[in-house]
Design a protein around this ligand. Structure first.
Ligand code: XMP
Length: 510
């Protein structure tokens, strides 16, 4: 399953993962690793080229990150970006100085389009600069290939050795033709063939899985989330009847979700076991109001149900997990550990009897997982599913969780989701849901006094779910959602929209 690989060495810049994404989108597999592991990684990955990222340091600062000079003796093409350029110049005997005028933001740049790096590009364009230092004297054998008003050596090359660098950031959108620069590096300088596409990935991974699994039995815990669903579809294509998927339906899913998961997987030829465990979970949750206790009870019960089902199958050879790239690799310029453990199915390996773990998505970013899911024929509603917490609606029903309250929430939440989709907002708002509060208030419907629940709507935009802003959903969409819920769902007489960001609030209410 070896793909041509480009190694991105991380010097602490902000755009490192973005560089990897751009390279992959251009058809070349790419991994980000800390700069200190450069030689090990070169041996392990046999890359076709290396990219040095930017970083916050000055090459003259104490402890500034430097690449091992031996990296330049491997005969591999290198592209240094921003700090990466300065560091390369410094290590190879050039000089870096603090600039009298700092360049920041959109900056006009003049390219020498005879350089392979700028082949086919216009001679003038806008680039995104963000630097204080600049290369004041080039290392031997290098020439300048682009300049700005303030910086003569905004781009440099030593064509003979395949070493290139630019002072700006081709990976960000503000740099016009930035993608062409990366593409030229990959295809003109590293001579990539471009063997990274989801179609190829699906094909080569299927072959590799067949070889690895042979006649063995594979077990997968399917949650219905994107990652485990795509892992299931991939394994199904690879080994079909050797795969058993266990889907523990805890009765805390959104409206129709359990049936949707079943519809997508049952009948594909693999063994798909849906355990309807609603009663068990609700019995355990009866009378429980404290959020962390709810989580704990659900987590433990999940393991118990899964274990019972797994035991019926007996010994399996492989336990499959939907681990993806961000779960595996934690880049960082420091020498800190590179591996982060995967928490989605925490604990499973301890109590299921198996020989080996298979993680067929561990090279992929989330949106690559989605593309692969579509490639494998999974329905859009599974592939584009927004994140959904393991404890499900139990933490969106504030206070005690009962079947009746879950059903009220499910109906209201379904309307909210429907209307957001209708308004074309379902991918723009990154997570959105309804919360059934335990607050009741007085209302009037027709001529009658009501005393019913307040429902809260929550929508957030975020990149990493660590911080989030409340989504500016247009008033007319909120109005439609509100009036439909009040009219169509019994026991709700008041609806509020949550306008707090995270922090200080969290995304979920519990
Ligand atoms: P918070 O509420 O912490 O949520 O801002 C951040 C993201 O994590 C999800 N979340 C959970 N996911 N188990 C999960 O698997 C949980 O107990 C849990 N709590 C929150 C939440 O939906 C959001 O995407």
């Amino acid at each position: 399953m070896k793909h041509e690989t480009v190694l991105v060495l991380d010097f602490g810049g902000q755009y490192n993962e973005l560089i990897a994404r751009r390279v992959r989108d251009l058809g070349v597999y790419c991994e980000v690793h800390p700069y200190g592991k450069a030689l090990d990684k070169i041996k392990e990955l046999s890359p076709i080229g290396i990219i040095f990222t930017g970083g916050p340091n000055s090459v003259y600062a104490e402890g500034a990150p430097m690449v091992d000079p031996a990296v330049f003796r491997q005969g591999l093409p290198v592209l240094g970006l921003c700090y990466g350029l300065q560091m390369m110049s410094h290590v190879l005997g050039g000089e870096v100085q603090s600039a009298p005028t700092r360049e920041f933001g959109k900056t006009p740049v003049h390219y020498n389009t005879e350089s392979l790096l700028f082949k086919g590009m216009p001679e003038e364009a806008i680039c995104w600069m963000s630097h204080v230092d600049y290369v004041s004297r080039l290392p031997e054998g290098f020439t300048a290939i682009c300049h700005t008003a303030a910086t003569a050596n905004a781009g440099i090359q030593c064509e003979e050795k395949g070493l290139y660098g630019v002072q700006f950031h081709p990976e960000v959108e503000h740099t016009q033709f930035g993608n062409d620069i990366l593409k030229n590096f990959l295809y003109e300088i590293c001579h990539a063939k471009g063997d990274w596409s989801m179609k190829d990935y699906a094909r080569t991974t299927v072959e590799a899985l067949r070889e690895q699994i042979g006649d063995g039995k594979v077990l997968l815990a399917l949650s219905g989330g994107v990652d485990s669903s795509v892992a299931a579809a991939l394994l199904d294509r690879a080994v079909g009847d050797k795969l058993t998927c266990i889907f523990v339906d805890h009765g805390l899913m959104r409206k129709n979700e359990g049936d949707e998961v079943e519809a997508a997987f049952a009948g594909r030829g693999m063994r798909f076991i849906r355990v309807n465990a609603e009663q068990r979970f609700l019995a355990k949750l009866a009378g429980v109001t404290e959020p962390e206790r709810k989580r704990k009870i659900i987590g433990e019960e999940f393991i118990r149900v899964f274990e019972e089902e797994a035991k019926k199958i007996g010994k399996v050879d492989f336990l499959a997990q939907g681990t993806i790239y961000p779960d595996v690799i934690e880049s960082g310029a420091g020498d800190a550990a590179v591996i982060k453990s995967h928490h989605n199915v925490g604990g499973l390996p301890d109590y299921v009897d198996f020989k080996e773990i298979v993680e067929p998505l561990r090279l992929l970013f989330k949106d690559e997982v989605r593309r692969l899911g579509l490639e494998l024929g999974l329905p859009e509603y599974l592939v584009w599913r927004q994140p959904f917490p393991g404890p499900g609606l139990a933490i969106r029903v504030i206070g005690e969780v009962t079947k009746e309250r879950l059903d009220i929430l499910r109906d209201a939440d379904a309307i909210f989701r429907e209307e957001l989709a209708q308004a074309g907002l379902s991918r723009k708002v990154h997570q959105y849901f309804a919360v059934l509060t335990n607050n009741r208030s007085v209302g009037v419907m027709g001529d009658f006094r009501t005393y019913d629940y307040t429902l809260a709507l929550r929508g957030v935009t975020t990149t990493d779910f660590m911080t989030a802003d409340w989504a500016r959903i247009p008033y007319d969409v909120l109005e439609k959602v509100s009036s439909r819920i009040i009219n169509e769902v019994a026991h709700i007489n008041r609806i509020v929209y949550d306008i707090t960001s995270k922090p200080p609030a969290t995304i979920e209410w519990e």
